[in-house]
Ligand binder design. Structure first.
Ligand code: GFB
Length: 322
């Protein structure tokens, strides 16, 4: 990628897209293109075709998606499958049609079977049943991987698929209904501390394990792989270690300085028991995560405090711009 190449970041206002935008700016790329969902509805085929015809970006980071935590996936399955299929189909097809040099498609680790050998290798894809709580989203993302592979096989289009593990960091969604666990617990502990609540509810048993990658690390990996990785197969992007939800809660409780108790509500779903990615292929391509979970949680909490103290600005990004 040359510094003046036209680089389109789809979903540039979301947590992932804004991290990629920040990283590209920091590295001196001067020709970045972004559109809010009000400016460009990526589920609208004609609007996306017009956008690509007029802009003809050289590189595309496809970070736009309908995303959310375990409850959001359960509550809005139709939106998750429709919006993700529509967005990725329109962007991948028109990037190829209007001559984009290379496209990076951002997926998710929930594409893998619920119970597959851990840590999860890329080869485990489609070897077993998916986790029911996020199956619509997972199938949409698997379709995106297949579309990138098919456009490479038939048209020689240089489209790569990056599968990040659970992400967190600046610009995260802190809405307690639709967010992921890490930002949700930051907000829950912070508000419980402010109110003097005696306990905080943790969903599920606390026994599931999750791997957490800071979104600035993901942005760094995305640029690294855009420059160095061009292959048919998707590639895992993770840190290679995981933590139980209970241990995560204890860690966040310490960072926030909350003194109360944890109450595990087992009426709420646990979701996938384990979801640790095998990152040996990523390591072979010369990349490893740099931000520790402890530092990442502290930074994210500081960002949350600024946002929640400020103009009462939304504690969730414009979700349609994820
Ligand atoms: O992060 P999370 O919502 O999604 O939940 P997944 C992770 C674990 O944290 C589950 C527990 O076992 C939750 O029950 N948990 C405990 C909580 N307390 C809370 C809470 O207050 N809020 C939330 N949200 N969880 C997602 C997929 O699965 O992984 C997405 O649904 C995406 O589509 C993402 O793939 C990467 O990690 O279970």
């Amino acid at each position: 990628m040359n510094k003046d190449d036209k680089i389109y970041i789809a979903g540039h206002r979301g947590m992932v897209g804004s991290a990629i935008w920040r990283r590209l700016e920091a590295e001196g790329y001067t020709n970045l293109i972004g559109r809010t969902s009000r400016e460009l509805d990526l589920t609208n085929q004609e609007a996306v075709e017009t956008f690509f015809a007029e802009n003809r970006p050289d590189y595309v980071f496809l970070a736009a998606a309908k995303v959310g935590g375990i409850k959001a996936n359960n509550d809005y399955p139709a939106e998750f499958i429709h919006q993700n299929l529509a967005i990725q189909t329109n962007v991948i097809h028109n990037a190829w049609k209007f001559g984009t040099t290379k496209l990076a498609f951002l997926g998710s680790s929930c594409i893998y079977p619920r119970d597959c050998p851990q840590p999860i290798k890329e080869e485990s894809l489609l070897t077993g049943p998916l986790e029911p709580t996020n199956q619509p989203y997972a199938i949409a993302k698997i379709a995106g991987i297949e579309m990138c592979k098919s456009y490479r096989r038939q048209y020689g289009f240089d489209a790569i698929s990056l599968m990040p593990t659970n992400l967190y960091g600046p610009g995260d969604n802190f809405d307690l209904e639709t967010s992921h666990v890490l930002p949700a617990l930051i907000r829950k502990f912070h508000e419980a501390k402010e109110r003097g609540d005696p306990e905080v509810e943790i969903w599920g048993t606390g026994t599931p394990r999750r791997e957490f990658l800071h979104v600035d690390d993901l942005a760094d990996a995305s640029l690294h792989l855009m420059r160095r990785y061009s292959a048919l197969e998707h590639i895992n992007v993770g840190v290679g270690t995981d933590i139980s939800i209970c241990e995560l809660a204890e860690q966040i409780l310490d960072v926030v300085g909350y003194q109360g108790e944890l109450r595990f509500n087992t009426e709420k779903p646990d979701g996938t028991p384990l979801k640790l990615l095998d990152v040996s292929r990523l390591r072979d391509f010369g990349w490893a995560a740099g931000i520790t979970l402890d530092n990442g949680i502290s930074d994210t909490y500081q960002g949350y405090q600024l946002r929640s103290k400020g103009d009462g600005s939304r504690l969730q990004p414009d979700s349609s711009n994820q």
